[in-house]
Design a binder for this molecule. Sequence first.
Ligand SMILES: *Cc1c(COP(=O)(O)O)cnc(C)c1O
Length: 452
Amino acid sequence: MDKTGARLQDLVEWIDSHRVINASGTMTDLGASSVSQDVAEVMARILPYFIDMAALQALASRWIARVTKGEAGCVTACAASGIAVSVAATMTGLNLGAIEALPDCSSLTRTEVVIQKGHVVNFGASVAQMIRIAGAKVVEVGSTNSCGTYQLRHALSEKTAAGVYVVSHHTVQSGLISLPDFVRVCHERGVPVIVDAASEYDLQGFIELGADLVVYSAHKFLAGPTAGIIAGRKSLVRACYLNQVAGIGRAMKVGKESIAGAIAALIRWIHMDHRAVHMHEYNRVERLVQALRSLRGLKVEEVPDPTGNPITRVRVWVDELEAGMSAEELARVLRSGRPSIAVRAHHVDLGFFELDPCNLLEGDLEVIVERFTQVLAVRGKPVQAGHVGRSSETTKMGFGPRFSRYSESGLPRVDQAHVPWAFQGRNLADLRAEALLAWPDAYDEPDRDQAD
Ligand SMILES: *Cc1c(COP(=O)(O)O)cnc(C)c1O
């Protein structure tokens, strides 16, 4: 073997020996997604070629429009850069001079972006920073756990370029403004709404609810390469394209292989048998629950994805006294073994972690069960697995708890009656504001007052 061949073989061996078993979900830290073979083949096909990139992005636009039912679309480097580029687009429109001037926006009038405080999350980096990259000023609305439409209305002004709405398990899940209300209030003032739906499976729901731009990751549930997908109104998507190609997006360039891979991932998505895939994933959940419920110090239950993705996860509560270690330690022990097992550890400080069935490869489940069993001794008295949370239609279809259904063409759709971001009741902060403003007249007791 020549020198290059030998070195490349070393690299392949390093990769093979460092593979992580991913029971945590789609995580940037773990290489985002397992790209499916058919998508990888399309990417390999385009790599040696030269290609007209504008034509490739136009093809992407047509596919994004077809899959999302938006007017147009554009591929970016990732969802985070999609947020930055979308924000830039709402400030500059098609003004190439302004596009080249960013992040200096001294010549622009609309430079503020409103976002509910409970949506200012860190997904690995801060949403607020992605907005600031474009030069925009972040205007946080409400409190972490409470935001009313009256507060949003007050924050909107002649300076507002956009409203950003984040749909994610990371956000505060209750007490905030629903997306339909957020869109209505922003649109009353002519302010476009950008939805960060990086990790959401429903590719049509947010546009249906009136979002002007929606940003998805190509490398999460879509199982594509690292890329972002922006979908929405054509005039704004054109502005996104200009900012992507000739503005701040140029520092977050997306290559031909990722654009082609993102299109391939969308084509694969609309032809996939989602129910069959989800049934296969739920079968893993049932097997994990069955195997882990008998282990010392663990209490396992099935939980739905909070934002309505078609995922049921295994929540593993760790009783520190019985297990001899905390949830955080157990997660760390699993992660530091060979092969390394990554669990969904966002909430170890609350005493639990979760196992996500979506990114396990063949044979992974058996390794996970074996490692849990090695670490924790089997105990006599099994703990009953429980089901928590509100369940929806799909529970009756043989899945675990989840707030998700399927469209007529078999695509995953959110069961909107069950998720707070689509809450159909009155906003809680608004109800409180109404009660405050109703004082004292609403408390009149005329009969009694006159009787005195
Ligand atoms: C993952 C994620 C992002 C970032 O997506 P990338 O495509 O990895 O840049 C942004 N927002 C939310 C809510 C996410 O979950």
